[in-house]
Design a protein around this ligand. Structure first.
Ligand code: JF8
Length: 225
């Protein structure tokens, strides 16, 4: 899979050089291209923003650099993603859909966002997804794009290595994860639940499922039914 990113802050994406995603990139399993939107401007000050039509606070990203960048980077089978607080909620299901794409292009806005005509134009030429990380306010699309890249990349076969951990974890079955414990069996007066030391694998599986259901009911009742 290839993932390109358009941003005025390419340094955010240095994080993709480390850990499992960094290794998948070195081995060619994932290919990243991080592009500075200012390279698609033509004025001396590399201007990417301007005042909003209709008035109001802040600045809006001008469409021309986006148009030129999309023309250069997007191809026939590109999925163009716009992180936006006004987007559809980014879920594990959407991560899973995106993980089967050949090419994703993430367009990271700043200020009050990107001129809406960029999204409208992109929809006329490519598959477009406007996606939100959640109901809180970020300063731009970069942090959301990083989260989306990580959630999608780890679903690409070979990136994680232990495929079972992909199947077992939170949200794959729509429930929160069960609690985990390791050595020592007693720590600061707290012991590990006895059943986990029993060696009874069926009983452990049943206990873990019960923990998942109980936790989900208490913390995330919205995930049940
Ligand atoms: C932005 C561009 C976002 N969940 C989220 N909160 N805020 C954002 C976001 C995304 C893009 C821009 N400001 C300017 C905020 C997402 N995704």
């Amino acid at each position: 899979m290839r993932i390109d990113v358009l941003t005025i802050f390419p340094e955010y994406f240095d994080a993709l050089k480390i850990s499992l995603i960094g290794k998948a990139s070195s081995s060619g399993l994932l290919e990243f291209g991080i592009h500075d939107l200012r390279d698609f401007t033509h004025d001396r000050h590399k201007t990417v923003d301007d005042t909003p039509y209709g008035g109001g606070a802040g600045m809006v990203m001008r469409p021309e650099p986006w148009g030129e960048a999309l023309d250069k980077l997007a191809v026939q089978d590109t999925v163009v993603v716009f992180p936006s607080p006004a987007g559809q909620l980014f879920t594990q299901g959407i991560a899973s859909e995106l993980a089967s794409s050949r090419h994703i292009l993430l367009c990271c806005g700043r200020y009050e966002g990107i001129d809406e005509r960029v999204v409208e134009h992109a929809k006329s030429r490519w598959t477009v997804r406007v996606l939100s990380l959640g109901d809180y306010v970020l300063n731009g699309g970069e942090v959301a794009a990083l989260a989306m890249i990580e959630a999608v990349s780890r679903l690409v076969p070979g990136v994680i290595g232990n495929e079972q951990s992909l199947i077992e974890e939170s949200h794959a079955d729509g429930l929160l994860e069960y609690p985990s414990f390791t050595k020592p069996s007693e720590w600061r007066g707290l012991s590990v639940p006895e059943i986990l030391l029993s060696g009874d694998h069926a009983a452990i599986a049943a206990w873990r499922k019960q923990q998942q259901i109980e936790r989900t009911r208490l913390i995330r009742p919205d995930l049940i039914d």
